[in-house]
Design a protein around this ligand. Structure first.
Ligand SMILES: Cc1cc2nc3c(=O)[nH]c(=O)nc-3n(C[C@H](O)[C@H](O)[C@H](O)COP(=O)(O)OP(=O)(O)OC[C@H]3O[C@@H](n4cnc5c(N)ncnc54)[C@H](O)[C@@H]3O)c2cc1C
Length: 379
């Protein structure tokens, strides 16, 4: 795939690949076992990522990011798929919604997040509103000097460790997602905010949490964007986030393919290397075709955006669908070909088998992307 990558980005790709191998892989096994990343370790890894200019690689130069084109961003993100989700966070990618910070919010939230000093979570999903986020029911009512929040969110990435959570709440029950939802920074320690880490299948060391707001007071200064603009803000950067997931899954698929090829060459069965059996070769070939197809779709979509394409929603959905479904199949094939060893927790294959599953749900479930692709085709 090197011919697709302009020479000026090859060095960047090598730098991230080296960082992943040299600084992140050594901790992968311990993080899986503990289901925890030591905060001091994460601080140090982030410091190294900042020093290399990799941290906040999705951010523009005016706020301290590198201002990379989308193709460069997907190349970085792809390399981060070569390590567990938890450790990939060392090369953080703050939510782009933070670019809508106004006034002193830039110093309180945006700039510390870009420097890797603060974690800001994104709280949209609720028990009755996931794929259909227009149905959120958490509410914010006006009071002197601010707002009083009530409601519940769940499955929120990093809410367990976040310094602040961007919470979307209904401020006008009639307008709802058409001008009646507002985004608020709710800071850790706010009275009435309760956060509980949730148990899950994979992504060990990467917390998801549910939270409740019980008459939480949030000052006016913590409104992100304009009152009523929350839903628009939540959707504004969704395309980019989805393309990032596609790139991450391409990286996961590549590491799984590499592990599988190494195993097929080494494992001796019935007097042959396992990889010499035709049935196995066909599985490998089909998996490699799916991987390259997903990678091409992802790169092509990034290039379309870089070239100024206006509406890439259908294209992004194709990339996200292809890459997440490919990674899931790749994990299954990798585990099957490793035999019992693939089922054992010592292998990265077992970790990936659990980790890839989430990507067909988050950032739009596969079915939502099929809907979008069909809509774009028929527009
Ligand atoms: C690892 C992980 C991290 C997450 N991080 C965050 C986060 O940081 N912030 C946040 O706000 N949320 C987060 N989420 C939540 C995520 O966005 C939701 O899980 C997702 O939007 C799906 O919503 P749901 O779980 O309520 O499923 P539902 O909306 O109930 O959907 C269930 C299933 O129904 C099917 N379905 C839904 N709609 C349709 C349709 N129109 N046609 C056909 N089939 C359909 C799909 O198969 C879907 O998977 C995270 C989730 C996971 C798993």
């Amino acid at each position: 795939m090197e011919w697709l990558i302009p020479p000026e980005l090859t060095e960047l790709q090598r730098t991230v690949a080296h960082f992943v191998r040299r600084y992140l892989h050594p901790h992968e096994r311990a993080v899986e076992i503990a289901d925890h990343v030591d905060p001091d370790l994460m601080r140090e890894l982030k410091r190294q990522a900042v020093a290399l200019g990799l941290f906040a690689f999705n951010m523009p130069e005016e706020v301290g990011g590198p201002g990379l084109p989308y193709l460069a961003q997907v190349i970085v993100r792809e390399q981060l798929g070569h390590v567990s989700m938890a450790l990939s966070e060392a090369v953080g990618r703050p939510a782009k919604i933070l670019l809508d910070c106004q006034g002193d919010q830039r110093d309180r939230y945006l700039l510390p997040a870009v420097r890797g000093e603060q974690v800001i979570a994104f709280g949209l999903t609720e028990p009755n509103a996931g794929s259909d986020a227009t149905r959120i029911s958490s509410s914010a009512a006006r009071t002197a000097g601010g707002w009083v929040l009530n409601g519940r969110k769940h499955y929120i990435s990093h809410a367990d460790i976040a310094d602040s959570i961007i919470v979307f709440a209904v401020t006008d029950a009639v307008k709802r997602h058409k001008g009646g939802i507002t985004a608020f920074f709710v800071d850790r320690g706010t009275p009435g905010l309760e956060i509980r880490r949730q148990q899950k299948m994979g992504w060990r060391g990467y917390g998801l949490a549910e939270m409740t707001f019980d008459d939480c007071f949030v000052p006016d200064a913590n409104v992100l964007g304009d009152v009523g603009d929350g839903f628009k803000l939540a959707m504004k950067n969704i395309t980019e986030a989805r393309l990032g997931v596609a790139a991450h899954c391409v990286g996961m698929g590549q590491r799984l393919l590499d592990l599988t090829i190494a195993h097929l060459k080494n494992r001796q069965l019935f007097g042959n290397a396992l990889g010499e059996f035709q049935g196995v070769q066909w599985m490998l070939a089909d998996a490699a075709v799916a991987l390259e197809s997903a990678r091409l779709l992802t790169y092509q979509t990034a290039m379309l955006i870089d070239n100024g394409a206006k509406d890439v929603r259908g294209q992004v959905s194709m990339a996200k669908l292809a890459a997440t479904e490919m990674a899931a199949k790749m994990a299954d094939i990798a585990l099957q070909l490793q035999g019992g060893g693939g089922y054992m927790s010592e292998t990265a294959v077992e970790m990936y088998y659990r980790d890839v599953r989430a990507f067909r749900l988050g950032e739009g479930a596969s079915e939502i992307h099929r809907n979008q692709i069909a809509r774009s085709l028929m527009a």
